[in-house]
Structure formats: C-alpha cells, structure tokens
Design a protein around this ligand. Structure first.
Ligand code: NAD
Length: 972
C-alpha cells in the first residue's frame, strides 16, 4: 500500500498537472471534429470497434472509389458510425481516404524524412525535442530489410545536417539529450528474425544496425531500440548489450531500449540491464512504456497454450510501471529514464519519486507519442520538464498497423486518455494508486479428466528450451546407426530384409536400420493380432483411453528426443519437428477423450416398454500404413485411433522413416498397449503392404500417403477374397494441389509470409502445402515482386542449424522428381525465383514458377516439394474456378478483407479445410479437424469428432421391458 504522505504527494502533483492542462482536449477526442465524435461513439458501443478499425486497416489497399464504397458498405453499412457528413453526399474514394488520412496525420510526422522536417521543426520551435521512427514492421524479404536500414541512414544524414543548425532548447539539459534521436525496430532489420534462430537473429540484426549506430554516433546522435512483440524481446535485449559491448561502442552512452511494463518479466529485464550497466560501469537509457501489443500477446499466448506474458489488467501494468520507474530512478547513476506514459497518475508518481530520490533533471525525461495527450505534454513543459515526442515517419500503407494500434489505445475502455477526456472521471479518481497484480494460487490438479486442449508448442524465446533442443540433437547423434526389430506379439524379429534409413541432409550417414518383415511374418502378425484383439476389446473403454493418456505423458517426457530424430531422419526444422511431436500428443489426448464419450451406450427413443441401446463394437484387425512426412503425429494418430476403439493394430511405418516409426510404436507400447494388440511391422510398401491389404483377416486399412497408393489400396480392399468374413473398410487420406487466393484488397504484409511458409515450410512436403497461388490481377505484379524478393532471402541448408529455413527433401528419388518438374516449368513458363543450394544432401531450391499454360501438368499434379506456381486471375470468382479445377480438394486459403468475398468464397471454394487470412498448413487437433474429399481422400476428418466412428460398427440392442403388462418405465 502506498504510504499516506506519498499518496498525498502524488495526488498534489497530479492535480497540479490537471490544473495546468486546463480544459484542453486532445485532437482525437475533440467532438467538434468528426473523428472525435466517431471515437466517442465507438467508446460508447465497443462492438463498433472491430468493423471500424478493420475498415481503416484495409483502406490504404483500396485503389478506386468503387472498391472503397463497397468496403465501406460491407463494414459500416448500418450507419452506426458518424462518418464525415460529406461522405454521404460524395461517396468517392478521395473523400473517405482523405478522412482517414486526416486521422493518420495526427499520429505521423510526415511521409518521408524530408517532408517530416517541417513538422519536426515546428515541434522543436515549440520546445519539444523528438525521437524519429520509420514506420514499417515485419519486413518480408532481405531486400526490404536492406531498404529499411538505408532509410535510417538517409534519415540520420538528413536530420543531423538540419538539426545541428537549430537553436538550443535548454542549455542545461541539451548536452545530456542529443537532438538527433532515432528509434529503431529490430524486426525491420532482418526478414528471418525469430526466437528459434536466436543467435542468427541477433547476429544479422546487429550487422544491419551497426552502420546506423556508427552514423548516429558520428553525428552525436542517440539510438533507441523499440520493443515490439514478446517473442522478439530477448533478441532485442541481446542485440543492444552485445552491440554496446562491441569494441567500437564500448565507450558510447547514447543508446537505449524500451521496456514494456505490461510484461510480467519487465522488472527482471530492467534489473538485468542495470546489472549489465553496473558491471561495465556505463550508462544506458531505458524508455519505460506500458506496451502496445496487449491484445496480440494475449491472443497469441492463448492460441499456443503458453503462459500469458502480460498482466491481465491495466491497473496491474500501471502498478508495475510505477515499480519499475522507482527501480530505474534509484539507479540513476547508470540509467537515464525516459518515462513513456500518457497517464497523469504514472507521470505524477515518477515526478514525486524523482524528487524524493533527488534525481538530477538530466537523468530523466518524458516521452510521449506524437499526436497523443497534447494537454499533458504542455502541462509538463510548463513545469519545466523535457518532453520528447515519438514521431513516426512513413507512408500510410506500412503505417496502418501503427495507426490501428494508436486507435485501439485511444479507444481502450481501461485507457487513461479515454477515461480522462471522454469518460468524465474526476481527477481524484484518476489519480488513485493502481492495484498490483497478485499471482493467484495455482489450482490444485483438478479432479478427473480436464477437457481437451492442444499441447503447447515449444517456446524458443526461452534460452533453456533452445539449449535442450541442441542437447537432444547431440544425444541423437550418439545413437545413430542402431538397428530396430519388427515386433509381433511382443516378440522381436530380425530376420527380414534390412531397411536402411539415411539423413537426407547427409545421405552418407545412416540414421538407423529397421528389420523388414517377411511374407510369412506378415501372416503370423495377422494371426497374432486377431488373437490379441479379443482380450483387448474386452477391456473397458476407460482402460483403453488410459493407455493413450499414458503414452501422451511418455511423449511429453521424451519430447526433445522425439523431435531431434525427425530433424535427422526426415529433415524437419526445429519448429516443424517440435510441432509434429505436439500434434502426436494432441491425438493421444483427443482420441482418448473421444473414446470415453463414445463408449457410453446411448438410449434411443422414449417408447414405453422398450429399451434401445445404441453402442459400438470394434471392427477387428486394422492395418495402419503411414507416410514419412509427419512420421510421429500421423503414425500415432492413426494407430491410437484404431487401438482405442478396441481393434488390434498392425502398424507399418514408411520405409523412409522407420526410426521415427519405432519411436511412435514405443510410445504406445510404453503407454501400455498390450503385446499383439499393437505390432510393429516395417516393410517395403509394395511387398508387405500389398499382401496385408488383401489379407482376408484384415478388417480395415487406415492409410495416409500418395494418391497412387491410396487408390490402389481402395481397389484392393474392395475385392473380397476367399475366407474373408467382413467387408473391408479403407480410410485413405491422400494428396492435395492446394491453392491460396489473393484478393485485390489483401494485406500483402500478412499474405506473403503466409504463402512462403505454406509453400516452402518443410520444403513443401506437406499434403496441405500451398502449390498454387492465384492472385487478383490488380495486385499480381506487386505480390509477385515481393514474393520473389522474399524467396531470395530464404536459406537452404541442414535443419540442425535453426538459421536455415529450408532443409533437404526426403530422398534422391524425390529430388529428381521435383527437379524434373522445375525443368518442365522452365520450358513451359518462367522461373521467377530460385536460390543456390548446398552440394551434398537432397536439397532443392524453393522455386517460383509463373506464366504456365493452363493445362500444364504442374498446375494439376501434386509435386510434393518446394515448388510454387503463381497464377493471375481477373477477379476472385475466376480465382475460385481455377482453384476448383484440380482433382484434389484438401486445403485452400483466401486473403481478403472484404466480408462479402470471404462469405462467398467460403461457399464456393471446394476444399476440406479452408483458411481465411492465414497460412494453410498446421491444422490443430480438435480445432481444425483435417482431411479432404475428391481425390484427396475418403473418410472423416482426423482430429475431429467423427474420426473414431470409422473403426467401429454401431449396434442396436432392443429389449422388450414389459412383463405381464407392466414395465419399469410405466409404474402406477
Ligand atoms: P506413399 O504413398 O509413397 O507411402 C505411404 C505409405 O504407403 C508408406 O508407408 C509406404 O511404405 C506405403 N506403401 C507404398 N506402396 C504401398 C502399397 N502398394 N500397398 C500398401 N502400402 C504401400 O506416400 P509418402 O511419400 O509416404 O507420403 C507423401 C504423400 O502422402 C503425399 O501425396 C501427401 O500429400 C500424402 N499425405 C496426405 C496426408 C493427408 O492427411 N491427406 C497427410 C500426409 C501426407
């Protein structure tokens, strides 16, 4: 609790600020202006926020009046928002765009460094220094990152020449606060920045940052690193400290970083920086802000199942801000503090703390965003404090993300500005001490089974997670070349043909050898399974589900090991390998729960004197044939579904991933799957597979793989041989020729990374991968140019190094087949982008093909490699027709910001899984049940509520409950 005297001091200081603010209102809340009225309306009815901000977001991408009018109607048709009055009379592109441009000018100093000079000079003349930032985040290519760096160099040049001639502001403070002040976002300096490749990200960002720092230093300027999303925080901090440790900068003190008080770890990070500065005996600047990505952080963490890194309430953030201000001011010998807040209470608290600690005036300043909280700035200046404006420069289009963040902030119901200037809340209330966050005691393990939730993927922002992954890879290295037996009825067999598995990145290295089964062993396996199935099917469904839950625990324990073997055997990147293990765990947890749900007999009808029970029995013996591309998840998913429903399973892994197959088998065995009910039968597909698919005692086949093999299995399973007692069922999941459609109004900043990862993630070897992108003619050239630039920034190499985005394809045959397709594309059309690849290993360049003839084989057949065809379409309906012209119907995607188009394409685009405004791979169990139709497969979706039903037969038992005229349900 705040001491009475401290509370009174803060209140007095706050009231003084309010008094100096007078009745001035920030421009955005000025109800005399339509924007102010609109903000007020949005605040009163928060449901208007989403359509309005979405409209603002799409606006810069719209080029003509027709499009703008259509989007305005789709988002704002009900007239709930007071658009400027003239819009109703002149519904032209010009007018609407002008209105929004007007708001954006409130927050942006100018479109170019030169054009911003006028505004900056005005600020300076009013006594306000500034920090300049170039708008634009998330660069999609290295060329864009280079451009961004160059822009900063130009900015530094332009500004330093100009500002050096401006008159001094305050001779006492000026020497401590350089007038050339730049703010830089690290995400804009490296297109492949990410937590998994932490070291690589730090190195590459530093490489581009150093010339900017050198130039700033030469000009006597200052550079601050902005803080963006939590995932980039560690990278940003390491970039700063490592750069300042550099011999060229070890005596330079004009650098700093922003810390966000909404992060639970803010205090720890602040102490880390203070510790660093103390140890090196130097000074660093910390800009303490509340944080602008609260919604984003909350959503992302919840989607991934991670602990939410931000405080749940605004007041908790405010309290943390105050705590961090105090810590920074206590350490003013080493820290210069920039107080970045528009909240009068936070500012008053900082002022009283600085007074109490007798912090000299040149050790702290205030920083506020250009266009926000003007009355507060003016009040502070009247009190003699230095207020720096954070002034972004940039074009409207890349600036939209910034504008939407500002509008959200201004419209936040918990936000100070909104409460102070629109909410009519009295100053005394606004100056009350914020409530601290108290960590709720952890729930004791809830009784019983928790509802299903997806297993969180690894959080590589955590250093220990990265180290653990590296250790697991080293561990796998020590266990290469082992041999794995077939296991039938719990007995190991090693007499069959060896199946040698090699590392596709280093084909001379053997990963392991599995012992294939012979035809006699295949028959023996069927007999063994049939025998074991009787006992297994009689176990309760809860018991069978428990096997899956235990297997999930085993997988969690062995998580690093399971992922590491995928890197070595099938060439997956760290992220892809880890995601596959998480998906395997999801299947186990989900199907276990599904069996418990389905295992309860249902009562049907309500007819007196009669009881109808609806229940399921297992089909018998199932043959599970898995592919190599999701060697754990798909194997575990199919085998566990067949098992938990009471069937015995013959599991055949792909010959290209037998070691991962062994791991899938061993998980289920360790979880308690009985000998004989689960059998491991490696073997060549055409030999073992064919024999078993046609075996009369196999009741169903569960297959995921190519169309050719899938159709052969359907055909073979459809033939009834002598001695066969049941009609064989084949559930086959096959390939895709998936397309992403790009509408004229698409957000290309979002679409290009999504297309890249969908097309080239895991080298395009996913059934859901994007192999065609069909682009609206209006944005085709822009899209293609940026996409090709982005491809040129990819790196191909061993997946053991997380800096490599693209690894090898699975084997020599695949490489040859993919290269042949690329050559065909080169002959029939154009290769628009390709990059060099290493000599050793099965590497193929990610390749973009264009101008292919409509009947090209490349546009119809699955290539299963990193090859993407870009196609031009006149409009989005034509794009849908082109997409639907394939035989396959697996996944598809659409990037559009028109609600009407999204609805229409949802109805007409024929695919099993359609994704809007995101990538098209990475379906999550339970959330996006996965599977296609047409030539993509027959069967219900994996990871969905109908899946298990395919491995059971429904039965009905009807009992006449009436005896001599009475029945338990009709008693007198
Ligand atoms: P593949 O068809 O070559 O092999 C799949 C499995 O079938 C392997 O275990 C293989 O040994 C076995 N097999 C081969 N010939 C057989 C035969 N005659 N009888 C019985 N079994 C036989 O496929 P793949 O290369 O392992 O996997 C890639 C393919 O899988 C792609 O087409 C991809 O689209 C598809 N896939 C589909 C999904 C989906 O859910 N729809 C998921 C992953 C992969």
């Amino acid at each position: 609790m705040e001491q009475d005297s401290a509370r009174d001091a803060v209140k007095a200081k706050g009231l003084e600020i309010f008094r100096l603010m007078g009745s001035e209102t920030p421009a955005l809340f000025d109800k005399g202006w339509w924007a102010g009225r609109m903000m007020e309306r949005v605040m009163r009815d928060p449901s208007l926020k989403v359509p309005l901000f979405r409209f603002v977001d799409v606006l810069p991408a719209l080029n003509d009046s027709r499009q703008i009018a259509r989007h305005a109607r789709e988002y704002l048709s009900d007239g709930a928002l007071p658009l400027p009055w003239f819009v109703n009379f002149l519904p032209t592109a010009y007018v609407v765009k002008k209105a929004v441009t007007g708001i954006s000018r409130t927050f942006i100093a100018g479109e170019t460094p030169r054009s911003a000079l006028k505004c900056l000079r005005r600020l300076w003349d009013e006594g306000r220094p500034f920090s300049v930032d170039i708008l634009g985040e998330a660069v999609v290519s290295e060329a864009e990152a280079e451009r961004y760096r160059d822009l900063y160099l130009i900015l530094a040049d332009t500004l330093s020449k100009e500002v050096s001639g401006w008159p001094p502001l305050d001779p006492r403070l000026d020497p401590s606060f350089p007038r050339l002040h730049l703010s830089v976002k690290v995400s804009s300096l490296y297109s492949r920045i990410g937590p998994a490749n932490h070291e690589d990200s730090v190195r590459e960002v530093r490489r581009r940052l150093l010339p900017i720092l050198a130039k700033a230093r030469e000009a006597g300027g200052f550079v601050n690193l902005d803080m963006e999303t939590y995932s980039l925080k560690e990278i940003t901090l390491d970039v700063l400290t490592e750069t300042l440790d550099d011999p060229g900068f070890h005596d330079w003190e004009n650098a700093g970083v922003a810390l966000q008080a909404y992060l639970k770890c803010a205090e720890r990070d602040l102490r880390r920086l203070i510790g660093w500065a103390k140890e090196k005996n130097r000074r660093i600047t910390v800009r303490l802000v509340k944080g602008a990505y609260w919604e984003y952080e909350t959503i992302v963490a919840r989607q991934k199942g991670w602990e939410i890194p931000v405080f749940p309430r605004k007041s908790h953030t405010d309290a943390n801000f105050e705590r961090c201000v105090e810590i920074a001011l206590e350490n003013h010998e080493h820290v210069t503090l920039a107080v970045g807040s528009h909240n009068v209470r936070s500012i008053a608290k900082a002022l009283t703390t600085a007074e109490r600690l007798k912090v000299p005036r040149d050790r702290y300043e205030f920083q506020m965003l250009y266009g926000m909280g003007e009355p507060i700035k003016r009040a502070l200046m009247k009190m003699g404090f230095r207020v720096r404006e954070y002034a972004p420069i940039g074009e409207l289009l890349p600036g939209m993300a910034y504008l939407v963040r500002r509008l959200l902030e201004n419209a936040s119901n918990e936000g100070f500005l909104q409460r102070a200037f629109l909410g009519n809340i009295p100053p005394e209330e606004l100056l009350a001490a914020p409530e601290s966050h108290v960590e709720a005691p952890r729930d004791r393990e809830a009784e019983g089974l928790k509802p299903f939730s997806n297993e969180p993927v690894a959080d590589f922002t955590i250093r220990e997670t990265r180290t653990a992954f590296r250790n697991a890879l080293a561990e796998a290295e020590n266990r290469m070349r082992e041999s794995y037996p077939a296991v039938i009825g719990g007995k190991e067999y090693r007499q069959g043909e060896p199946i040698v598995s090699v590392d596709p990145a280093r084909p001379r290295e053997v990963v392991g050898t599995a012992c294939g089964i012979t035809p006699e062993l295949a028959d023996h396996a069927v007999r063994t399974a049939r025998e074991a199935q009787k006992g297994w099917s009689q176990r309760s469904h809860g018991d069978r589900a428990a096997v899956l839950f235990r297997a999930a625990s085993v997988a969690r324990r062995r998580r690093g090991e399971l992922a590491a073997w995928q890197v070595r055997e099938v060439g997956k990147s760290w992220l892809e390998a880890d995601a596959d293990v998480a998906e395997a765990i999801d299947y186990l947890e989900y199907y276990g729960r599904e069996m418990i749900r389905l295992g309860k007999a249902a009562r049907l009808g309500d007819c007196p004197g009669e009881e109808n029970l609806y229940l399921y029995r297992p089909r018998g013996v199932g043959l599970v044939i898995a592919p190599w591309n999701f060697p754990l998840a798909i194997s575990v998913g199919m085998a566990s579904a067949a098992l938990v429903t009471g069937n015995a399973v013959l599991y055949k892994p792909s010959s290209l991933s037998p070691v991962n197959g062994w791991l899938a088998f061993s998980l289920l065995r360790e979880g308690g799957a009985p000998d004989g009910a689960l059998n491991f039968i490696p073997g060549k597909g055409d030999a073992v597979g064919d024999r078993l698919v046609g075996h009369p005692e196999v009741d169903f086949v569960l297959f995921t793989g190519s169309r050719a093999v899938g159709l052969r299995i359907v055909e073979k399973a459809g033939r009834t041989g002598p001695g066969q007692k049941s009609v064989k069922r084949a559930v086959v999941e096959m390939g895709g020729k998936n397309a992403i459609l790009i509408d004229a109004d698409a957000d290309l900043d979002q679409a290009i990374p999504a297309v890249l990862s969908s097309a080239f993630g895991y080298q395009g070897q996913k059934c859901s991968a994007c192999s065609r992108v069909i682009v609206h003619a209006e944005c085709y050239d822009r899209f293609l140019a940026r996409l090709c630039e982005a491809v040129k920034g990819l790196t191909v190499g061993s997946p053991e190094d997380p800096a490599n985005g693209i690894g090898p394809v699975i084997d020599a045959a695949a490489k040859e087949r993919i290269l042949a397709s690329i050559e065909l594309g080169r002959r029939e059309g154009k290769v628009a982008a390709e990059i060099p690849v290493p000599g050793e290993g099965y590497y193929v360049s990610p390749t973009v093909l264009t101008d292919l003839p409509p009947d090209s084989k490349i546009l119809r057949e699955e290539i299963f490699g990193p090859v993407l065809a870009v196609i031009r379409a006149g409009d989005i309906d034509e794009a849908v027709d082109l997409a639907n012209s394939s035989d396959y119907a697996l996944t598809g995607g659409l990037f559009s910001r028109s609600p009407a188009t999204i609805r229409r394409v949802g109805e007409t685009f024929e695919v099993g899984n359609l994704y809007i405004n995101r990538g098209i791979t990475g379906a999550m169990v339970g959330r996006q049940p996965f599977g296609g139709f047409r030539m993509s497969g027959v069967g219900s979706k994996a990871g969905g509520p109908d899946y298990l039903l395919q491995f059971m037969e429904p039965r009905v038992i009807t009992e006449n409950t009436m005896r001599r005229g009475f029945s338990p349900d009709v008693l007198p």
